[in-house]
Design a protein around this ligand. Structure first.
Ligand SMILES: Nc1ncnc2c1ncn2[C@@H]1O[C@H](COP(=O)(O)OP(=O)(O)O)[C@@H](O)[C@H]1O
Ligand SMILES: CC(C)(COP(=O)(O)O)[C@@H](O)C(=O)NCCC(=O)O
Ligand SMILES: [Mn+2]
Length: 904
């Protein structure tokens, strides 16, 4: 029950109780950012070190990469928002993941004329934006933090960047907003030697909100009766809106565009009122404590309800139920009672409701006054607290009679600081778009909910011991807010929160659900999506709790096997075992967190869970858990490929096409992500299983559009259609899947004059084949196949891999080339909103897409439409999914052909 869960709460006040966490000062929420345009630097922007800067690659390229050899990788830039209650820091650290261009990449870049980085007219460098906050009353802590991380020296073009000293004639300037930018300017100058460049607070709030609403996909959400729902904001239909920032006090700003706004109202009853009055009345030591108290409160002991006045009856004539609050704190007029006679829990809840309800009501009145339908609420007062949001939402909904809607922002507390940060320059941040931002949730997130200022755990050993320390706490993650629906009366008031007794996650009251947003400048929207606006990658929506429970179970059960493979893949060393253990804990904690609050990481689909698992493995430096298995299966499959090709070549074209599709479906059984299949592998060799799988291919398949596809490929009678120009083949698993399934299909397309682009993962995921691995596999296959060889050579694919091939054949070919491009993903699924620039370029001339495998064709994209023809091929290796999608059974096959564009 709530009481015990809260009082036993070991996550509480970590900073105060534990020495270790006393030094935790770095917020674990980060956003990666595009970096700077050296062309447009203002003198205020901390300069990059451009000494010995050189253009890498071709000078004639439109967007060459500029190397900055003297630029520290840890360069930081800082902006501050110093409010009445809290200081918010936003700082940028450059953080680029370098993956050297291999020959495959170079040839693809040449082929498609892709320049480095992005299409824009400046090089975007990777980086992260960190969010940190301190109490304003503890300014010293904040200054120590800035100083220890040298944030105030951020990237200045001076030798002092390294030495930490700086010449007096070159003042350091930091962007600052909030009242404290004035009040504490001298302290910053004295302690850190920096000048604060003051930016208007309202302008910063608006700039921060506009950026977030445009660039971050799941930034805004509604929160009604415990239900959180993300809102897709149409960039072209964002304005006008009312921005209500609930900080110490409250500002209400009518926003009509970028930089176009007016502060129309406000109220002095805000977050400071709750925290200040609450502290006085309850003797709470911290804001979090005060909020937690409210979770166990019953405000009817403090508030005067309509029923108190009307002898237990509703005042239905004017729509007020007996439980409606008639007068906040009205019961405390009783002369017989003193403050100590009231429970602090009840006082806290009463205060929270009074203030939230009041702000909701005033906000709506202002929205009404200015004809604004949408209201976004920000400010640290909300701090992800479900009951606060529900109360505000209720007020807006009730007073507007359902006409207006309250929306909340995930980065609620950092609008001003973000706006101040953006005011350094107008060219870096504000052009970023959602497809370039990837949000990741680091391993500590389930434990600390993004709240605790964790140490920068760059070192793997630190990560592991951090996990080990938290292992006890893993079992204590209890339900966050909400609470059960607050039970509104529908008559203008609230019932008491029916949530009393439901456990509150220790830190949920102040947990900001913000992960790490990496900027990957090279990511693009897939150009062949029929309608990017309505595209939803996930087929399974995990907001259905029974689905979530099922997949939670599947992934949990699969965990020991995955850890075994990952550890074995690295020789089973003690180090690998320890990492394996820590990974299992971290991933289990993510799962537990999401079970309790499915929307904690944004909108949750199955693809997100599967990707999270891969990311978590990478965090513990398991680069490729299935590497040994993949190699073994590739070799076994390559050994039988020649026989398969001979068999195929002996067939007529109709038989062959069917055999090829059957082959793809049968070979898709080699999937180490499926429990059922893994069990199967104990029962026979790869080749035996493949044969068994082929034998069982009975048509009609569960989804069987083969005849339609055949008609398009082979024509009908004398009527032949032109071959496809270019086919994108999204390959799935290593071994038989790619070697005996997809490569023979690729070969057939090549023979028919179609350019083939093999699209594979950028990073390993389960036993999926990667773009790095494919050229070698193709080279091996090509030893047995002229078609593949010639095509690959002509495509420049087989540069290194083909050294053993007879030189006489090289360059003689006029065949259509075969290419390998990376998809930009490291997951068994694919989200077409964010793919590599290589793939986006290759897609431009494509007229056929073949999506293979459960992850890419069923879990994601089963319902997706494309501008060109698409063939979705997969074997369903999970009973529940087969039942859910088409009332089918495990091992059913899907061959779905959907003509694109005008044909549909
Ligand atoms: N950890 C916290 N400590 C103090 N106040 C907090 C905390 N978390 C949330 N708050 C609430 O947030 C309010 C401050 O919000 P904020 O947006 O930072 O405003 P300001 O800029 O005025 O400081 C506080 O008055 C309090 O109600
Ligand atoms: C992870 C996968 C999507 C990979 O499937 P693939 O794309 O390789 O066909 C699939 O194995 C899966 O959904 N596995 C979990 C379900 C299970 O164990 O039954
Ligand atoms: Mn796979």
């Amino acid at each position: 029950m709530a009481g015990s869960s809260i009082s036993n709460n070991k996550n509480d006040n970590k900073g105060e109780n534990s020495e270790e966490y006393n030094k935790e000062k770095e917020e674990m929420k980060e956003i990666s950012l595009a970096s700077l345009n050296p062309m447009h630097q203002s003198s205020l922007w901390p300069q990059l070190d451009l000494t010995r800067a050189a253009i890498k690659g071709n000078w004639e390229e439109r967007n060459p990469t500029i190397l900055l050899p003297n630029q520290s990788d840890d360069i930081s830039h800082l902006a501050v928002d110093i409010g009445g209650s809290l200081i918010k820091l936003v700082y940028f650290s450059r953080h680029e993941e370098h993956s050297p261009d291999d020959k495959r990449k170079i040839s693809i870049k040449k082929r498609f004329g892709i320049s480095n980085g992005s299409r824009r007219s400046y090089p975007i460098l990777g980086g992260r934006l960190h969010f940190v906050n301190f109490e304003t009353g503890k300014l010293d802590e904040c200054l120590d933090f800035i100083s220890s991380k040298q944030l105030h020296l951020g990237g200045l073009d001076s030798p002092s960047w390294h030495s930490g000293t700086r010449p007096h004639d070159n003042p350091i300037i930091i962007k600052a907003t909030g009242g404290g930018a004035y009040k504490f300017a001298d302290v910053f100058k004295e302690r850190l030697g920096v000048s604060l460049d003051k930016e208007d607070e309202m302008a910063c709030l608006v700039a921060g909100a506009n950026f977030l609403l445009k660039a971050i996909r799941h930034e805004a959400f509604t929160h009604m009766e415990g239900e959180k729902e993300f809102v897709q904001i149409d960039h072209n239909d964002l304005f006008p809106y009312l921005l209500v920032n609930i900080g110490s006090g409250v500002s209400m700003i009518k926003v009509e565009g970028d930089g176009k706004f007016q502060r129309v109202s406000g109220t002095n009853v805000g977050g400071g009122t709750y925290w200040g009055l609450g502290r006085l009345l309850t003797k709470c030591k911290s804001f979090v404590e005060l909020l937690e108290l409210s979770q166990q409160g019953d405000n009817s002991n403090v508030d005067m309800l309509v029923g108190d006045i009307y002898g237990g009856m509703d005042y239905s004539k004017i729509g007020l139920s007996a439980s409606t609050i008639a007068s906040s704190f009205g019961r405390t007029i009783a002369e017989t009672k003193e403050l100590l006679d009231y429970r602090p829990e009840d006082i806290s809840l009463s205060l929270l409701r009074m203030i939230s309800y009041n702000i909701g009501q005033i906000s709506y009145l202002n929205a009404l006054r200015y004809g604004l339908k949408r209201i976004f609420f920000g400010g640290f007062f909300i701090c992800g607290h479900a009951y606060t949001m529900d109360t505000i939402s209720f007020a807006v909904h009730f007073w507007s009679k359902g006409q207006a809607q309250a929306m909340f922002l995930r980065h609620e507390g950092f609008l001003g600081a973000l706006g101040a940060f953006m005011s350094y320059e107008k060219h870096g941040l504000d052009v970023l778009r959602a497809h370039q931002l990837v949000e990741r949730f680091p391993m500590g997130f389930p434990y600390v909910g993004g709240k605790i200022h964790g140490p920068p755990l760059g070192d793997l050993r630190e990560k592991i011991s951090w996990m080990e320390k938290f292992v006890q706490k893993g079992t204590e993650i209890t339900a966050p807010v909400p609470m059960a629906p607050p039970g509104t009366t529908g008559m203008g008031g609230f019932e008491r929160p029916s949530s009393r007794g439901i456990a509150l996650r220790s830190d949920a009251s102040a947990a900001l659900n913000i992960g790490v947003l990496y900027v990957v400048p090279t990511l693009e929207e897939f150009p062949l999506l029929a309608d990017p606006k309505t595209y939803e990658p996930n087929t399974i929506d995990l907001s259905d709790h029974s689905e979530l429970e099922y997949w939670f179970m599947v992934l949990s059960e699969h965990l020991p096997d995955l850890v075994d493979k990952a550890v074995a893949g690295e020789g089973g060393t003690d180090d690998a075992k320890r990492r394996g253990d820590a990974f299992a804990r971290a991933f289990s904690a993510h799962l537990a967190r999401l079970m309790e609050e499915p929307a904690a990481y944004g909108k949750l689909g199955l693809a997100n869970l599967l990707e999270l698992r891969e990311e978590c493995l990478r965090e513990f430096q398991f680069v490729d858990a299935y590497i040994t298995i993949k190699k073994r299966e590739n070799e076994a499959s390559l050994a039988v490929l020649p026989d398969l090709l001979i068999e195929l070549d002996g067939m007529n074209e109709e038989e062959r096409l069917l055999a090829l599709i059957e082959g793809v479906l049968a070979a898709n059984i080699f999937d180490w992500g499926s429990r059922a299949c893994v069990d199967l592998y104990h029962k026979g060799t790869i080749i035996e299983i493949y044969r068994m799988s082929r034998k069982k291919m009975q048509r009609p398949w569960r989804v069987d559009d083969f005849d339609m596809f055949k008609k398009r490929m082979l024509g009908c009678g004398d009527k032949k259609l032109a071959p496809y120009r270019r086919a994108l083949l999204f390959v799935d698993n290593s071994g038989a899947d790619v070697v005996l399934g997809m490569l023979p299909l690729a070969r057939e397309l090549l023979k028919r004059g179609t350019e083939v682009v093999l699209v594979a993962n950028s990073l390993p995921a389960l036993n999926d084949v990667t773009a790095n691995e494919l050229p070698e596999i193709v080279a091996e296959a090509a030893k047995h196949c002229d078609v593949l060889r010639k095509a690959a050579e002509a495509g420049g694919l087989l540069v290194d891999a083909m050294v053993s091939i007879d030189d006489g054949l090289v360059g003689n070919s006029t065949s259509i080339p075969l290419m390998v491009v990376e998809n930009g993903c490291g997951s068994p699924c694919i989200d077409f909103r964010q793919v590599s620039s290589e793939l986006a370029a290759a897609a431009k001339d494509a007229d056929l897409i073949i999506l293979e495998g459960m992850g890419r064709a069923l879990h994601t994209n089963f319902n997706a439409f494309f501008k060109c023809d698409v063939l979705k091929l997969a074997m369903v290796k999970n009973q529940r999914l087969a039942e859910k999608l088409f009332n089918g059974n495990i091992y059913d096959c899907v061959c779905r052909f959907e003509p694109g564009g005008e044909l549909r």
